[in-house]
Design a protein around this ligand. Structure first.
Ligand code: IPM
Ligand code: MG
Length: 351
């Protein structure tokens, strides 16, 4: 079994280091191969996703990804910016299904931005489409009729793109509380009207799953008003990006949310995928030992479960994380003062 480890920028290497320690401690006979991505790769090799890195990723059973983003690179042409590494991997490897589970950990209810009794009910998975939408449409700058400079990004979804992500959401719901809430903006956008039409069609194949449709502005409101309402949230690339950050603060910190990005490709042990915390590179706290590694450790657990067929090991990691959090091992984002490596140690102890 081979894992490609792509630590990236900012706090990426610190949080990835802790997740790798956890994987190594389980002694699963996994081969790890490191490769540069993001601003770090641009600085060393002139490209955020060097061909060698893509090759390492392609030769693996799964990718453990830290974070990308570097303010030094803000002025570069867009195709050379660090973010293109993650967008490029998702696209090149057809990782179209992004699963972002959000649930409140026992004992952390009061860390939520919401009232504890409301936060306690959170247990959802956001199923975010990852290969289409305004992220990957035609984009550029042009001069309009008035001689003004304008920017544009085309939003679109094809029927098959919506179908395949809808199936993932319904199947995910079948393993949970059997409810899908599809989020769109069909009252304004044709892309969303198509999305809704296709989801309604796909839903017919899943009579055992309840489907509802919600406009994204209302979904943003319901997410803080009554987050316990949601089981599986199915949505597009842009809305999913925004709602998952919002969900993280309902849980308590963006440092707690893991993610799996899956495609159709099967490996010997499961589904090929990329696993990353939903947070970014946090350059403001990089290198200070303040980063919360839990989201990356939980991403490693998802990796073992989905790509390597090692569900018992994944369960053990998740239990160790929950136990450390319940014992008050909290980083600064959660109001504590535990340092990044101390948190890794605490998880290892409980393993
Ligand atoms: C995420 C991130 C990325 C995204 C960025 C880094 C390109 O915000 O994974 O949520 O927008 O998808
Ligand atoms: Mg995001």
């Amino acid at each position: 079994m081979k894992i490609a480890v792509l630590p990236g920028d900012g706090i990426g290497p610190e949080v990835t280091h802790e997740a790798v320690r956890v994987i190594a401690a389980l002694d699963l006979g996994i081969d790890l191969q490191w490769a540069p991505v993001g601003g770090a790769a641009y600085k060393a090799h002139g490209h955020p996703l060097p061909a060698d890195t893509l090759a390492v990723a392609q030769a693996s059973d799964a990718i453990l990804f830290g974070a990308v983003g570097d303010p030094d690179c803000d002025a570069l042409d867009r195709h050379l910016r660090p973010e293109q590494a993650i967008l490029g991997l998702r696209k090149a490897l057809t990782l179209f299904a992004n699963l972002r589970p959000a649930q409140v950990f026992a004992g952390l209810e009061a860390r939520s931005a919401l009232r504890p009794e409301i936060a306690a009910l959170i247990d959802m998975v956001i199923v975010r489409e990852l290969n289409g939408d305004v992220y990957f449409g035609e984009k550029g700058f042009r001069t309009n009729a008035a001689g003004e400079r304008e920017g544009y990004d085309v939003m679109s979804y094809s029927t098959s793109e919506v179908e395949r992500i809808a199936h993932v959401a319904f199947r995910t719901a079948q393993g949970r509380k059997r409810r899908v809430c599809s989020v769109d903006k069909a009252n304004v956008l044709e892309t969303s009207q198509l999305w809704r039409d296709v989801v309604i069609e796909v839903a017919r194949a899943y009579p055992d799953v309840a489907i509802e449709h919600m406009y994204v502005d209302n979904a943003a409101m319901q997410l803080v008003k009554n987050p316990g309402h949601f089981d599986v949230v199915l949505t597009g690339n842009l809305f999913g990006d925004i709602l998952s950050d919002q969900a993280s603060m309902c849980v308590g910190s963006i440092g707690l949310l893991a993610s799996a990005s899956l495609g159709a490709h099967q490996t010997a042990h499961g589904t090929f995928g990329l696993y990353e915390p939903i947070h970014g590179s946090a350059p403001d706290i990089a290198g200070q030992g303040l980063a919360n590694p839990m989201a990356t450790i939980l991403s490693a657990a998802m990796l073992l479960r989905h790509s390597l067929g090692l569900a018992p090991a994944a369960d053990r990691i998740e239990a160790a994380v929950a136990a450390a959090l319940a014992d008050g091992v909290l980083s600064r984002d959660l109001g504590g003062n535990a340092r990044t490596t101390e948190i890794g140690d605490a998880v290892l102890t409980r393993l």
